[in-house]
Design a protein around this ligand. Structure first.
Ligand SMILES: [Zn+2]
Ligand SMILES: [Zn+2]
Length: 285
């Protein structure tokens, strides 16, 4: 795909913003539509997370080759991760191949394996060797199962940065979370499992993207202000939305951007979450 003309950009990028969570072909969206969506939000660098060789991350997301093509045609605006199912013969050769081509991390790991397992150990071992982060989707009874054992992985791989995402990751900011609930409402009792991982493990990071991340902030804004402040060096802005326009009523990414700007206690916290933490972790600018 040819890059858009410079004049096509609708929002001037006065401050750089990194979006750590997007997909090619997301629910059929074209590369041109994705590029326009990101520019409309004011995102200056997007991390593309490919699917593995099967399942399309359950959203028809494109695989490794699709993210390489888009990143190479717009090198200033996109970087990419490498991915594969964690429990097949191709896991290692495929992930190594795309890390060798410049992938900045491994993910989105969204597969039906135990969170604390030989499969995730295999992924973590490769990540350690290449000094790249791993992004995981935690969803009760679906992906990376038995989340509340994940600290075991953090302890086995202290050199590897892990980035948590999705419903079960966000539900567990609340000490009183019921595991089967995907989008909990009401006040948050601070000190849930996720809160503890971010506080206690230097190698645990949080991905703000999707309806789950947005819900976690908006369900209790008073809690959210404190959460952003205490984990300001760990949280990273992401969108993971599949709308075409960017900033429209259906765009959870745009709402998250506004929520971070509103709820961050000062400009330094805001910039850390929108840019600095991801730039440091992904070794990009
Ligand atoms: Zn995703
Ligand atoms: Zn959107």
């Amino acid at each position: 795909m040819a890059p858009l003309a410079a004049g096509a950009q609708t929002v001037p990028a006065t401050e750089p913003v990194i979006d750590i969570h997007q997909h090619t072909n997301y629910a059929g969206r074209s590369d041109a539509e994705l590029l326009r969506h990101q520019r409309a939000l004011g995102v200056t660098k997007t991390v593309l997370l490919p699917a593995g060789s099967r399942y399309g991350l359950a959203v028809q997301a494109g695989g490794n080759d699709s993210v390489v093509v888009l990143a190479h045609s717009n090198p200033g605006e996109f970087v990419f991760f490498a991915n594969e199912l964690p429990d097949i013969a191709e896991t290692e050769p495929v992930i190594r191949k795309y890390l060798g081509m410049g992938a900045k991390g491994i993910g989105e790991q969204k597969f039906a394996v135990e969170a604390d397992s030989k499969s995730i150990d295999l992924i973590a071992g490769i990540a350690r060797e290449y000094s790249v982060p791993v992004l995981l989707h935690f969803e009760y009874e679906h992906y990376n199962l038995n989340f509340t054992r994940f600290h075991k992985v953090l302890e086995r791989f202290p050199e590897v940065a892990f980035i948590g995402h999705a419903q079960t990751w966000w539900g567990n900011i609340d000490r009183n979370h019921t595991q089967s609930v995907m989008y909990p409402t009401g006040k948050v009792a601070a000190g849930g499992y996720t809160d503890g991982l971010l506080a206690d493990y230097p190698n645990m990071y949080g991905d703000m993207s999707a309806g789950s991340g947005l819900n976690a902030l908006l369900r209790d804004e008073e809690h959210a202000r404190g959460f952003l402040l205490r984990h300001r060096t760990k949280l990273m802005f992401g969108t993971d939305c599949n709308d075409r326009d960017g900033g429209s009523e259906k765009c959870s990414g745009g709402k998250m951007l506004a929520a971070i700007r509103r709820l961050a206690s000062d400009k330094t916290v805001e910039r850390s979450i929108l840019y600095d933490n991801a730039a440091r972790l992904m070794k990009t600018a």
